[in-house]
Design a protein around this ligand. Structure first.
Ligand code: FES
Ligand code: FES
Length: 363
């Protein structure tokens, strides 16, 4: 966010909370997904305030400035916000527009109200009230469709894929972005004290709120082997780098009672950025997934060099923010297995908090 506003002078993206809670800084990230030859562009809203610049390596970034057309006219989601009076002071509006744009691009047909509300779960508005904003979404779909031209972006991202891993330095800090599991394993052993960063949804706040210097960083976002998901009837394995958004879809398919937690676990932009491995490895007391994962008897796979070991997630936590990870080791994946006889297990998961969306659990 600082880079956008202070270096690029793209001040449409705002800062409200600087902790991923208000959505004023919402931008959209474009990433290549799919096998070689069948690549597609995946667009997802994230919070710029807690993203580190090197995390953009190999990705496309869209900000509110990108919604304007060459002739200066507004995008349908912006036009609809105007027509529905979805903005008063306007501070939150670019963030809402970007969340609505991500939804507009990802859903060719106007989604149900519940889905719109979920897409806006990370955007706060202090003055307008949410009804006109939600209705602006319906209105945007009623206006002539204006979709992003994707092919040139896909071509550009494919070119970026061919570049060597990013080794980025700035302000006395250094960031490594390994591309493969082998590169990561080697780096991790050589730099056991470097901070591993995946989505940055927890670590980002150490910087924005506590002013901490993270020192040397290893970014995990480009390691494709960490992003694999294997979903079968008997077993689910979630790579440590799988986003919470994708992990929750798989978890809900594997164990339908996961649905409420998936819906209420943070906002959409946080789930898009954060990873299951980060949630587990950081062991933050507000990382809601662990009680449910432990209840399901999940196991965690750890890797050091090319050797792996597996343990019950319950045994992974040794104390407050203390884990069994050894120097040079990292979380590789998480494994869930179906009970041998299905009736042996009854699983329920609820979240009790003061707000429906974007709140820390009380229980
Ligand atoms: Fe509030 Fe980023 S400034 S979410
Ligand atoms: Fe003022 Fe939303 S219009 S905060």
């Amino acid at each position: 966010l600082q880079y956008l506003r202070e270096d690029q002078h793209q001040t449409g993206t705002k800062e409200g909370c600087a902790e991923g809670d208000c959505g004023a800084c919402t931008v959209v990230i474009g990433e290549l997904v799919g096998d070689e030859g069948n690549e597609e562009l995946r667009l997802r809203a994230i919070n710029a305030c807690i993203q580190f610049l090197p995390a953009l390596d190999g990705k496309a970034l869209f900000t509110i400035e990108d919604l304007e057309r060459n002739d200066g006219s507004l995008h349908p989601v912006q036009q609809a916000l105007v027509q529905q009076h979805g903005s008063q002071c306007g501070f939150c509006t670019p963030g809402f527009a970007m969340s609505l744009w991500a939804l507009y691009e990802n859903e060719p047909v106007c989604p149900e109200r519940d889905e719109v509300e979920h897409a806006l779960s990370g955007n706060l508005c202090r003055c307008t009230g949410y009804r006109p904003i939600v209705e602006a979404n319906q209105e945007a779909y009623a206006l002539p469709r204006q979709s992003l031209t994707r092919q040139p972006i896909i071509t550009a991202l494919k070119q970026l894929r061919k570049l060597p891993p990013l080794d980025y330095q700035g302000a006395g800090q250094r960031s490594h972005s390994p591309h493969t599991l082998a590169e990561l394993a080697e780096l991790r052993e050589t730099l056991p004290d470097a901070r591993l960063v995946a989505g940055g949804t927890d670590v980002g706040l150490w910087v924005t709120k506590q002013g901490r210097d993270l020192g040397e960083i290893i970014q995990l976002g480009a390691v494709s082997e960490l992003k694999t998901l294997q979903l079968g009837a008997e077993r689910l394995e979630i790579g440590a780098g799988v986003s919470l958004t994708d992990a929750f879809v798989a978890l809900t398919a594997f164990e339908p009672q996961w649905a409420e937690l998936a819906r209420r676990f943070a906002s959409v932009p946080i789930k898009n950025a954060g990873t299951m491995g980060g949630n587990v490895a950081n062991g933050s007391p507000i990382g809601d997934s662990m009680p449910a994962l432990i209840a399901l008897g999940s196991r965690v796979v750890l890797q050091k060099g090319m050797a792996t070991r597996e343990m019950a997630l319950e045994d992974f936590y040794l104390g407050y923010q203390k884990t069994a990870l050894q120097a040079g080791e990292f979380v590789r994946s998480l494994i869930l297995e179906a009970p041998k006889a299905p009736l042996q297990r009854i699983f329920r998961s609820y979240k009790v908090a003061k707000r429906t969306d974007q709140d820390i659990s009380a229980v």
